[in-house]
Design a protein around this ligand. Sequence first.
Ligand code: GRF
Length: 216
Amino acid sequence: MRVVVLASGRGSNLGALIDARREPDARFEIVLVAGDKPDALALRIAEAAGIATLALDPRGYANRASYDADLFARIAEHAPDLVVLAGFMRILDPSALAPWVGRMINIHPSLLPKYRGLRTHERALAAGDAIHGASVHFVTPELDGGPVVSHVELTIEPDDTSASLASRLLPLEHRLLVATVDLLAQRRVSLDRDSVRFDGAPLAAPLRLTGRTLAP
Ligand code: GRF
């Protein structure tokens, strides 16, 4: 499976995918890493791994629609089967996104549908939640609102802060993203209108990660 990764930041989820695609049994390759921040560490990580990169600065465009149209036209040149948003900190224009629905996923640091948007760790703590986690979902025009494929859970400890939650969750995010991309690469997961299908049947609830394995 040909994968394009979009990232704006430090690129640790990208790094996890790069490591995974080096495994002898890897079922996907990363054909392009694109980003909106030319200085992002994620682009340096991709370069160091010998992966093609594209840094497209939004400041050169009149508006979101023209930027996204150009970004996705360039992505399409690499003929990806899957686009992975791994810390890509931009809202996407619905018309640029439309052709990719079902072929684009995002990793988000909360148990969606809880806490769409930013400051998810702070909000989980403020709500007194016992369990926090991360999600991978199909991207739709609704921000962090597309059908959820997979969850990983993390127990909140009494002395947790948003920083400690973020750092304990990050390695779990990496495993979740790698395991989910692997299932997509095996064509075991797909989007059928509003529902996620797993091994041909609609999923009643997101797949859950245990160790490195995803299961209903
Ligand atoms: C992760 O927490 C991810 O869930 C969120 O953005 C962050 C990206 O981190 N969407 P990194 O750039 O992959 O290290």
